[in-house]
Ligand binder design. Sequence first.
Ligand SMILES: [Zn+2]
Ligand SMILES: [Zn+2]
Length: 816
Amino acid sequence: MNVRGRTRCGTGSGHSTIHRAIRSGDRGFARHRGETGRVHDQGGWTGNGELPAPVARLVAPPGRADRLLHVHTLPARTGITRPWPEWAAAEVVAAFEGAGVVLPWAHQVEAAEAAHAGDHVALSTGTASGKSLAYLLPALTDVVEGSRDASGRGATMLYIAPTKALAADQLAALEGLDIPGVRPASYDGDTAPPDRRWAREHAGVVLTNPDMLHHALLPGHARWSSFLRALRYVVVDEAHHYRGVFGSNVALVLRRLRRIAARYRSEPTFVLASATTGDPGGTARALTGLEVRIVTHDASPRGGTHVALWEPALTPGGGENGAPTRRTAVAEAAELLADLVVTGTRSLAFVPSRRGAEAVAAGARRLLEEVDPRLPDRVAAYRGGYLPEERRALEADLREGRLLGLASTNALELGIDVAGLDAVLVCGWPGRRASLWQQAGRAGRRGGEALAVLVARDDPLDTFLVHHPEAVFEQDVEATVLDPANPYVLAPHLCAAAAELPVTEADLELFSPDARDLLDALAARGALRRRPGGWFWTRPDGASALADLRGTGGDPVRIVEEVTGRVIGTVDHDASHHSAHEGAVYVHQGGTWRVTSLDLDAHVALVEPAPGDVVTQAREVSDIRVLAERERCEWGEAVLTLGSVDVTSQVVAYVSKDLRSGRVLGEAPLDLPARTLRTTAVWWTLPEQALADAGLAPADLPGAAHAAEHAAIGLLPLFATCDRWDVGGLSTALHPDTGLPTVFVHDGHPGGAGFAERGYRAAAAWLRATRAVLEDCPCDAGCPSCVQSPKCGNGNQPLDKHGAAVLLDVLLAKAP
Ligand SMILES: [Zn+2]
Ligand SMILES: [Zn+2]
């Protein structure tokens, strides 16, 4: 897709304006001629008319105009209120009124009415649209009214958040409402035993997370009988968070919860609250197995916001194999944050990592120091690990203007209680459109113009998005991918369910159409016992340890300092061969260590302090065997296939490099066992002759296929709501199972996680976007913004960017 010469990037979707922008070579902007002879225009703002004031301020300094690629404006919106529902308990209404709610918004009432009528509800609206009032109004009404009956506990509510911090925030909010009879209590890993007992026996509202349900509440359901008997509402908050393997696991935990509630004659109403996502009803059904009413019309007011797409400058050299490098999004965000603070703009920067958030804050402070020594104190970092009180204090400082700039980790995108800011910087694509809108939605004061800036990182996905605004602004937010029927995920939950209560014929439908076969297989293996009454778990210990909810792949490896015995950190089981092998340099919180030995059986890596100027990278050989084809389609001579594969990989060596120059200092062999992953893959094959006819010589084929594989993996998250790290790939000029040049992209989890399948279903759009990235990136021979991958087991060699473009052109020639 060539964007050259385009004068407009779309027509908007009826409620927003798209400013014309970018890329026209005839306006005197710098040009850059690529090796392929294509012209890559380095455009800047060429929109018609004036730039919106907040954007104009941002591009004013010299050299900035070129980095702004697009501006999209979300207009201000006025809110629509409704009267309080007649059935709402007076105490609950009074509490909300006391907290400043004059009247509820229309969508809150619509969702509340549906839940009160007993319908399961999926509520999917924007940031700060007041989703909690929508479910609290009916649920707390029941809890308060239930507290008046003889037991004092006629109705209970269970609130499930993806993180402990978020449940703690909700607890604080409920305690703040201070409604008589509600008696909220949290139940998480930090809850002391006496408090746990109080929650079980007396709380009207219990706030927890999926891990606690899985490991504690469900296996110990007998002790929760009085709570479960009264269970009227289950709230699944931030439901868009449950995707991939984690989402599939949570879907099964929720089915187990429904089964156990039924055992106590409860049929609770489920309310799923999520940020704006595609197909919220489908996601809610996949998560709960229930039909739901969908509420998506957001009636809360919003200030106008300009959303800018921003690409940091590219400088020649400095990268792996001499590739050019782009200025990091972190450095760029620090500079932008400093500028915003200088003009008194209250700003929040979202940064993917804790270290990045601290670097953005530190960088901004350093720049501000030069301007005015009083300013650095008005910038802070905000990250996980802070106590709730510390976080509340920082939020209040930002709200009230004592702080002007805050750099926060993305992990807190859910928990931050700040909205109505002047500016939000989003440092790197946050993974999904839903997250972008959630983060950008923090900007937008009533009666003023706010600014949100997406700062591109040095990778193919970010490059594609800032050059293709239509992919950001004109497409629906993505649907959530999860697959609770995956036998690798389902089997341990069937065991856990059987341990809670024998699984009967009547339960099969709840879990999956294939549950019977799986249960019989588990019985044949001796994990379960088949009796006339159903399938039984007969071991004395529970079964919840079998399921790995967050998909980290077994026990993590502990990193232990050899001399002191101090545990410095942990590395996920799956990553241990790559990052905790003997000789690996391990960096943690600014310190650097070198691994002296790795004991895979004991899950321990011993380390000693090491100088901080060397980095190591593992080299891996891998192999894919096709086990079965599930589906295939033909695009002319090209064939796309979805199927199951065995991926065998072995870390065989590592290279040491100088941190600053990237120069290779040496390579050392390693003796680690090969590992096999049985999973789902999508792959495509092309006849060698068709490639030769298009000008791709056989000698260039490996580099071309490898580069196409990297770029395709980089773009898949746009279509499959996964992270780049959730999938892997392999490319070869001749694969023994296909007999042809083949590129594989596979799920990184046993049995698959639905990502490769989504890639197969969206293959034409996915591979066209992959092709577009090669065009958009102005580098000559490949760089991290297009075809280099930070996780390549081959040191990014060979890579042939031009060849990849030819290969993808041949592949896409007959694509639908
Ligand atoms: Zn590039
Ligand atoms: Zn690679």
